[in-house]
Design a protein around this ligand. Structure first.
Ligand code: ADP
Length: 257
């Protein structure tokens, strides 16, 4: 099955396109994701991020931790260009996504899959339709969409549920559907914002094991979480935010210092 082959990840239709040149002197290009001196102030004056420097390499697995309001979701919104930084640069896969044209945003979002705490599935669409949706609206043929959807559903173990509707699924199955949807365009990066926040401990572990496998197959993982047990068991890189500042960045970190 080609999911098992690392080249299947992050390859595909985008490879012919040249990334925008990095401005000279920029810190970008070191890793797959670079935040260079990023600050974010929301229009109401809240300073959500202050002077954040962060470099995430290809294939990395990073936990973003910190209390509520520390700035984790703001980093995630910057990475998918849902928000722009007030100052600083954000590079994803060699491209300055702050400066990139609006027309390029959909292409960015195919390279950066996202999974949320509350799944965000379309309730009146089946599992397969939820997963295929992004491919169909970006002009893939029905056959291509079906092939990629089947592949993604196999990976998350949901092929037998392909014709179910979200309200016929358990929470864990809904999250697997959301993961399949995020992976269907073979992104280089998978971002998960509290992916186990609505799940019981056993189901949470199943989801985490799946995300570890996805990472082992070559997808870079960035996960915001409050789940100390999972962070402490996995011993991956931990980036700890406090009031918008990175206060700790450890290779095989724990949830708390
Ligand atoms: P976390 O994900 O770690 O809980 P957030 O990134 O959501 O943190 O929030 C960081 C800070 O920015 C908080 O003080 C929050 O209240 C504020 N914030 C987040 N989103 C907005 C927004 N759209 N407008 C104004 N303030 C916001």
């Amino acid at each position: 099955m080609s999911w098992a082959l690392p080249p299947a990840y992050g390859s595909g239709e985008d490879t012919n396109e040249q990334p925008a040149a990095l401005p000279s002197g920029a810190q970008g290009g070191l890793g797959l994701i670079t935040l260079d001196d990023v600050s974010k102030r929301y229009p109401n004056g809240t300073e959500a991020l202050r002077d954040v420097d962060l470099d995430i390499g290809d294939g990395d697995f990073v936990f973003l931790v910190g209390s509520s309001g520390a700035g984790k979701s703001t980093i995630i919104r910057l990475l998918i260009r849902e928000e722009l930084p007030t100052t600083g640069h954000v590079f994803v896969d060699g491209q300055d996504i702050v400066r990139m044209r609006r027309s390029q945003v959909p292409r960015l979002r195919r390279r950066v899959g996202v999974v949320f705490q509350d799944f965000k599935l379309l309730p009146r669409r089946t599992v397969a339709e939820n997963v295929a949706f992004a491919l169909l609206v970006t002009g893939h043929s029905d056959e291509e969409a079906r092939e990629e959807t089947d592949r993604a559903l196999m990976l998350v173990g949901l092929a037998p549920r392909r014709d179910h509707f979200p309200d016929q699924l358990s929470g864990g199955e809904q999250q697997r559907t959301a993961i399949a949807r995020a992976l269907v365009s073979r992104p280089k990066i998978l971002i998960a914002d509290e992916p186990t926040g609505n799940l019981d401990p056993v189901t949470s572990w199943e989801i985490i094991k799946l995300l570890v496998r996805v990472n082992e197959l070559g997808t870079t993982m960035v996960m915001a979480t409050h789940n100390a047990e999972i962070v402490n068991a996995l011993r991956r890189r931990v980036v700890h935010l406090d009031h918008g500042t990175v206060v700790r960045d450890e290779r095989q970190g724990l949830y708390a210092a």
